[in-house]
Design a protein around this ligand. Structure first.
Ligand code: HEC
Length: 187
């Protein structure tokens, strides 16, 4: 090997290391930014934006397929049709007559404007959906509100904090003895 060759090897090896280190630093600097950008578009960010204030409750996936607990009607001025549905934990607890509801229970109250059936004069059918209201049982996380987290959504978006402050007060005042839940299983 010629001296030049040896020199070349001696100099190029540290150069490679320096380049590798620079590359590593650049990558490590970029990755957090790339992750931030990816998350901003991703489900994590969306979940925060769609979560209720105070409680961080979101609309549960698949609730439209959940089992019916009971329908309800609301007189004027709201004048709505409603249905309370629950996840399997809720249905099991209802069927066993179990109170308080276990952690993991989710209750959803769906609501619609009343609409006259286009086919049959005396029949009322659901019109436009108005609100989706959610109660999630987590006795530790929501210890201050009877173990329930609340969420009220209009067009998939949570309503303001002021409205979320009213939920527990009314449920506590009228339904405390039933674990803060009004709805009974429909016969
Ligand atoms: C002024 C009283 C009142 C307030 C305030 C209130 N609710 Fe209710 N809620 C009721 C009543 C009464 C029912 C029973 C079903 C019905 O009449 O529609 C109910 C039912 C529910 C149900 C079905 C389970 C159950 O308890 O029967 C959910 C879920 C719910 N409310 C969520 C909420 C959320 C979320 C808020 C706050 C944004 C809220 N509620 C505020 C009175 C209230």
């Amino acid at each position: 090997m010629t001296p030049t060759g040896t020199e070349k090897t001696r100099f190029s090896f540290p150069t490679v290391i320096v380049l590798a280190v620079i590359l590593l630093v650049v990558l490590l600097t970029c990755v957090p930014y790339l992750v931030t950008i990816a998350l901003a578009e991703g489900p994590a960010e969306r979940a925060t934006a769609d979560a209720s204030p105070i409680f961080g409750v979101t609309i549960p996936q698949g609730y439209k397929q959940w089992e019916l607990i009971a329908p309800a009607e609301e007189a004027a001025p709201l004048d709505e049709l409603r249905a309370v549905v629950g996840n399997q934990t809720a249905i099991d607890a209802y069927q066993a007559g179990k109170l308080p509801f276990p952690d993991g229970t989710i209750l959803v109250k769906r609501a619609w404007k009343r609409k006259q059936s286009p086919e049959f004069a005396s029949a009322t059918i659901p019109g436009a959906a108005t609100t989706v209201q959610v109660m999630v049982k987590d006795s530790k996380k929501y210890a201050a509100t009877g173990g329930w987290g609340f969420g009220r959504f209009v067009n998939g978006k949570p309503v303001d904090e002021a409205q979320h402050r009213t939920c527990f007060a009314c449920h506590e005042a009228r339904a405390k003895s039933r674990d803060y839940v009004f709805t009974r299983l429909a016969p």
